[in-house]
Write a protein that binds this ligand. Structure first.
Ligand code: HSE
Length: 321
């Protein structure tokens, strides 16, 4: 028995919705921009973990320091509460996303791991139970529970964190014509550090403006008014304080807007930058600009993406070996 699950990269915040909006990404060139977790029953001890992939060298050496071990313990505990005892597992992480990148790297590992473990143990947890556990595990890393990466990564699409009554998130309409350029410069920004530099309090003017922009964004998506939606993708909560952590961000935004991008923002807590375009040629020009000017070293990369409407997905083991 073996399963392999892919979980896509995501953009948290989408500029206008700090901690409450997020979107899953799918590169248009068909490349896998997300982690894959395999689970099988070939372990000799209780838990075994191996890793491969472009960014696996950044993972802790001790498998028990890896978030996948916490995923295993979390799933095991939930199943024990349901009276289900689980056996040993061997897990393999294909770490394709850079850590501390703003692409939802930890969320991708967590979502793939929890979904793979749940399937491996016969799918006893429903989607809501899995997503709540994913949020808790993500909170262990970033210091507070926020679903803006795990929810789109798991469910796909553009997600609004509803977090009201029993509903954790709701899918918003995705503008079909939009391309999402996403450029990771190759440096690391920790989410905990990027949260620590935010103010404790905001002015009345900022709060009113934030509410106006976010409400207009959601309204515009439902009204199919893509131009309005793009024009209100303005971050008054995090970007003014975080942009100092992103070398070249201001210059890149200016150039991307000149090239025809509709909106430019920080992906999650950065340093990845995203740009929204409604024309493939513009998106390709933005991508070329970012690849040339925003990347700072060989670890960086840039992709033109669409929204990944599917979220977590099973992949064939044979594709990975
Ligand atoms: N929304 C979080 C933040 C990070 O900007 O700090 C992404 O989950």
């Amino acid at each position: 028995m073996a399963v392999a699950v892919y979980a896509p990269a995501s953009i948290g915040n989408l500029g206008v919705g700090f901690d409450i909006l997020g979107a899953a990404l799918k590169p248009i060139d068909g490349s896998l921009l997300g982690d894959v977790v395999e689970v099988d029953d070939s372990a000799s001890g209780e838990f075994e973990l191996t890793a491969s992939g472009r960014f696996s060298h950044k993972l802790p050496d001790d498998p028990k320091q890896n978030i996948l071990f916490d995923c295993y313990l979390g799933v095991k505990k939930h199943l024990a509460e349901l009276g289900i005892q689980v056996g040993p597992v061997r897990m393999h992480l294909h770490k394709n996303l850079p850590i501390g990148s703003g692409l939802g790297s930890s969320a991708s590992s967590i979502v793939a791991a929890v979904a793979a473990l749940n399937q491996f143990f016969g799918s006893p947890l429903n989607d809501d139970q899995q997503l709540r556990l994913m949020g808790e595990l993500e909170g262990q890393i970033s210091g507070s529970i926020h679903y803006d990466n795990v929810a789109p990564c798991f469910v796909g699409g553009i997600q609004l964190m509803t977090e009201q009554d029993d509903l954790l998130c709701s899918t918003l309409p995705s503008p079909e014509s939009w391309y999402w350029c996403s450029a990771y410069p190759g440096i690391t920004v920790s989410t905990a550090q990027a949260r620590a530099i935010l103010p404790e309090h905001y002015s009345k003017a900022d709060i009113i403006n934030h509410g106006r922009l976010l409400a207009n964004f959601v309204h515009a998506l439902y009204a199919g008014n893509d131009k309005l939606a793009a024009s209100v993708m303005i971050d008054v909560i995090a970007e003014p304080y975080r942009k100092v952590l992103l070398p070249g961000f201001e210059a890149a935004r200016e150039e991307l807007l000149k090239l025809g991008a509709y909106a430019v923002g920080i992906s999650g807590s950065g340093p990845t930058l995203f740009a929204v375009c409604d024309d493939l040629n513009v998106a390709k020009q933005c991508d070329a600009y970012l690849a040339k000017h925003y990347l700072q070293n060989d670890e960086g990369f840039s992709h033109v993406c669409r929204i990944d409407e599917q979220g977590v997905a099973n992949v064939a083991l044979v594709e990975l070996n």
